[in-house]
Design a protein. Structure first.
Length: 126
């Protein structure tokens, strides 16, 4: 009898652990990365052009799907990268993303691209 009871407790705990792992895995997959190349950004920018850039359109759309999502702009570390990221932040704000939901982070490996990383705030701040 006691062995059967222990088995049920272990089985129950194992099921809970599996659910937590599966749920955690799904949660970890909520982060999306959208890449914008310097060539795409070099096009003349306007209120009509910016929302048509695939990476920006997709990142803003994914951000807007709800939850407590934030957007991190990963940019090349030099001065031109910082200017690029600041302008990108301004455009994102004009598209409806509040500035409190946008973080800038320097130091991408590629000097010719910027990455928009979108995910849940709790997950991204870990």
């Amino acid at each position: 009898m006691k062995t059967s009871k222990n088995y049920r407790n272990v089985k129950g705990k194992a099921c809970i652990l599996c659910l937590l792992l599966v749920t955690g895995h799904v949660w970890a997959n909520s982060v999306r990365i959208f890449t914008l190349s310097a060539d795409e950004w070099a096009r003349p920018r306007s209120g009509a052009v910016i929302p048509q850039l695939s990476a920006i359109r997709s990142a803003v759309s994914y951000w807007g799907k709800g939850g407590d999502r934030i957007m991190i702009i990963r940019y090349p570390g030099e001065d031109s990268g910082e200017l690029w990221a600041a302008e990108m932040r301004d455009w994102l704000i004009s598209l409806g993303v509040p500035s409190d939901y946008i973080l800038l982070l320097s130091g991408t490996q590629a000097a010719d691209e910027i990455k928009l990383v979108v995910g849940n705030r709790d997950e991204m701040e870990q």
